[in-house]
Design a protein around this ligand. Structure first.
Ligand code: F6P
Length: 319
């Protein structure tokens, strides 16, 4: 029987992380398990920056964006000696298991700790929706809605000025934020690395839009594919559309979590504690066919994320 659990949030913050922290903490306290918040992700684990939680520690946070535990990117954690120090900090505090809330990098940290004998459960917290073997991650829904609001606003000004607007959204290597928001807002073009980047095709498509007497056009593109400001200049020069580029940036990572993210995070937090209670470490909480499952974290990370190409196909059909 696990007696003491630590929680940390790591990597890019995501709306709903606080709801997950709260659920883990409450589920532990209800079962008489001690619970510690670990500040600043794996960095705080290394520094021994632990706060003992009681019920009040997670009051009034379910509706807050960001993470009360704060987050950090801590590449030093790849070093085994650094991880040994972190494990000795856990031993000193009597913490027997960990819940790690974060994205890809955080899962790798949790996997390494699992290999070194610490029971860890990963909860997928990232706006990118890029974790293998889960249909959705905490934060994706809120970020998507933020992007939809931005695109709706851009549509107003784009159509008033009869312009082409290019919006770059986050996602790292994953185009889900672009494709979902693109469909939701009926944009002319969605560009992601899954679809592939073909500048000639983009320009051709916008030329056709312009010639067909369209008054404005919107392009949504995943970050890291091209310099959107340079693309805007080319589009303007070659299509006749006056064009502006916007980078939405960190705006899409903050904000109050949507109801869907709060519920997902709360359920995942409870599920993580139940797994640890059963003595099951080295797992991650995933949504599979709409249900929560605890999957092996090492196996999960050894597989590439399966892209749902159906949605990309649909996006093309309804353009
Ligand atoms: O992983 C979440 C994410 O927001 C990515 O979409 C983005 O590429 C990255 O984090 C930005 O990281 P940072 O805030 O460290 O610049």
């Amino acid at each position: 029987m696990v007696r003491s659990i630590g929680i940390l949030t790591s990597g890019g913050d995501a709306p709903g992380m606080n709801a997950a922290i709260r659920a883990v903490a409450r589920a532990c306290l209800n079962k008489g398990i001690e619970v510690y918040g670990i500040e600043q992700g794996f960095k705080g684990l290394y520094d021994g920056s632990f706060i003992k939680f009681d019920r009040r520690s997670t009051r009034n946070i379910i509706n807050q964006g960001g993470t009360i535990l704060r987050s950090a990117r801590f590449p030093e954690f790849k070093d085994e000696e650094v991880r040994k120090v972190a494990i000795s900090q856990l031993e000193k505090a009597g913490i027997e298991a960990l819940v790690v809330i974060g994205g890809d990098g955080s899962y790798h940290g949790a996997m390494r700790l699992t290999e070194m004998g610490v029971n860890c459960i990963g909860i997928p917290g990232t706006i990118d929706n890029d974790i293998p073997r889960t249909e959705v991650t905490i934060g994706f829904d809120t970020a998507l809605n933020t992007i939809v609001e931005a695109l709706d606003r851009l549509r107003d000004t784009s159509s008033s000025h009869q312009r082409c607007t290019i919006l770059e959204v986050m996602g790292r290597r994953c185009g889900d934020l672009a494709v979902w928001s693109g469909i939701a807002c009926g944009v002319e073009l969605i560009v992601t690395s899954e679809i592939g980047y073909n500048e000639e095709k983009i320009i051709e498509c916008l030329k056709i839009s312009k010639q067909s007497d369209k008054k404005h056009a919107i392009v949504v593109i995943t970050e890291g594919i091209t310099d959107v400001h340079a693309l805007a200049k080319k589009v303007q020069a070659e299509t006749g559309f006056e064009t502006r580029a916007n980078v939405l940036g960190h705006m899409q990572r903050g904000g109050r979590p949507s109801a869907r993210d709060r519920v997902l995070a709360s359920r995942m937090g409870i599920f993580a504690v139940e797994l640890l209670e059963k003595g099951e470490g080295g797992k991650c909480v995933s949504v599979v066919n709409g249900h929560l499952e605890g999957l092996d974290i090492i196996e999960t990370l050894s597989k590439p994320r399966e892209t749902d190409f159906g949605i990309y196909e649909d996006a093309r059909k309804i353009r």
